[in-house]
Design a protein around this ligand. Structure first.
Ligand SMILES: [Zn+2]
Length: 489
């Protein structure tokens, strides 16, 4: 008597549970199978113990050296990364990119007259050239009066005769308190506007040359180089970056009276040369046509050796392939390691890739780039549809066991993958501790010793786990195309 009723009860219970499971899985299907989650834990443990990424960044920086765009070191780095990815068993192609070929030349500045000057002396100003189409001051240099402004508004407010024929100095300080509070990228964003646009603004007012206070957070009298831009058709002028200390010195002296400077910058722009994005595919087993990009940029500035910017990012991407090979794990989608060329002069490689692969955008499942150094990671930035964040909860939980469990919506996902991002491809980057990044960025101090081997491994772990997780994910990620920024048009 009891048996049929129990059976009916069991069946009813089973049906309820089954329907509940089905209903739940329709809302949030498991993004990863238990087997994949187990493999991800293997990847995490293996990457945390592996020094491959450090060996790669050591070779790129110590043995090859700075990888200025168009230089023979940049060419050697292309060959090295291509060979290394081939050695790992990846399917490697070189994607041609025509790049600017800017050479630095000599750079020197001194104050030759100023209030209270001791007879027969000058004051040295530590200067470095900014990359631009301008061909410098000529071998004799230029001599002119200095005019110091704190910002664009002060420049605009000056009468024409106070700017024309002078050397304009932009004394806009890098916000070190923002940096210390964890907002270094925002502080950089504010300061770098003067490096990028200050010389052009000075040129429009008839200035002879422009010097900008370095967009960097450390006060060790080091200038930070970089790109400065002149809109097409506008006259270019010699442009440099000076140290924070020397910008402040000139501001104090100019407040006392007339300051004159002799400036020598013999940098020049040569005809463009052929270079390459290095692309290495670890082919997917189920969807080889679908691609997850994992990347960094191979070019660097030349004052240091480009360890943090961005040898680390390239090495981290290479580690993702190395660790999967080591574990004999083949991803379901293709993992594509990319070492981008010529990010620093205007994302040339990223733009070429976007154009060359425009018809395959739908096959780009996701793209990852690391380009903010090698500081301790606390999680993942994900762009651009917040609706995908709940899918990543199991991945966050897994990465939290090594201290990197935050998954947040953020647009800070790397310049080279921006052409994919604007087309709607989901993009990712590690959330890193960047409090000291801009102390070294684009300066002579961006060298291997600034990379902590353990923190580099932690970054490589986040990226290897994320890359394999994306390649094996059971979900359609929502795609949200973004507005095309002015510089990409
Ligand atoms: Zn960079």
């Amino acid at each position: 008597m009891t048996r049929p009723s129990l059976t009916r009860l069991s069946l009813a219970l089973f049906a309820t549970v089954f329907l509940a499971v089905v209903a739940q899985s329709q809302v949030t299907p498991a993004a990863w199978s238990p087997e994949t989650l187990q493999q991800l834990r293997q990847v995490q443990q293996a990457a945390l113990a592996d020094d491959y990424a450090y060996q790669q960044v050591a070779h790129l920086t110590d043995n090859i050296g700075p990888r200025l765009i168009g230089s023979s070191q940049a060419a050697a780095a292309v060959q090295y990364v291509a060979e290394e990815l081939r050695r790992l068993g990846l399917d490697v192609t070189l994607e041609k990119v025509m790049v600017p070929h800017w050479v630095r030349g000599e750079e020197r500045a001194e104050l030759i007259s100023y209030p209270g000057q001791a007879p027969g002396t000058t004051q040295k100003i530590v200067v470095t050239a900014l990359a631009s189409p301008n061909n410098g001051t000529g071998a004799d240099g230029i001599t002119a009066e200095v005019v110091v402004v704190n910002n664009f508004a002060e420049l605009a407010a000056l009468p024409a005769d106070k700017v024309a024929g002078r050397i304009v100095v932009f004394n806009y300080p890098f916000d070190e308190r923002m940096t210390a509070a964890g907002f270094a990228l925002q502080a950089y964003g504010e300061a770098v506007a003067y490096r990028a646009e200050g010389p052009a603004a000075a040129s429009r007012r008839g200035a002879l040359a422009a010097l900008v206070r370095s967009a960097g957070s450390a006060d060790f009298r080091l200038p930070h180089t970089g790109l400065t831009e002149f809109p097409a058709g506008q006259p270019t002028i010699p442009s440099g970056a000076i140290t924070a200390e020397d910008a402040a010195l000139m501001a104090r002296l100019a407040a006392q009276g007339t300051v004159r400077m002799h400036l020598l910058l013999t940098s020049k722009m040569l005809p463009e040369v052929e270079s390459y994005n290095v692309i290495g595919d670890l082919k997917g087993s189920e969807h080889p046509e679908q691609v997850v990009i994992v990347s960094g940029h191979l070019d660097s500035w030349d004052l240091g050796t480009g360890a943090l910017d961005d040898g680390a990012g390239v090495a981290i991407a290479m580690e993702a392939a190395q660790v999967l090979k080591q574990l004999h794990l083949q991803p379901r989608r293709t993992i594509r390691v990319v070492a981008w060329m010529a990010e620093e002069m205007g994302v040339f490689g990223g733009k070429v890739y976007g154009k060359e692969h425009a018809t395959q955008v739908a096959d780009h499942y996701a793209a990852i780039e690391t380009d903010l150094g090698a500081g301790h990671p606390v999680g993942i930035n994900a762009c651009c549809d917040e609706a995908m964040l709940p899918l990543f909860e199991p991945l966050g939980a897994l990465l939290q066991t090594s201290g990197a469990g935050i998954v947040r919506a953020s647009e800070e996902t790397g310049a080279d993958i921006l052409p994919l991002k604007v087309a709607g491809v989901p993009t990712f980057s590690p959330i890193q501790d960047v409090r000291t990044y801009f102390d070294y960025h684009h300066s002579a101090a961006d060298t291997l010793d600034k990379i902590d081997a353990r923190q580099l491994r932690e970054n490589a772990t986040v990226i290897a786990v994320l890359a394999y997780a994306l390649a094996n994910m059971n979900a359609q990620l929502p795609r949200k195309p973004q507005p095309v920024p002015e510089w990409m048009k």
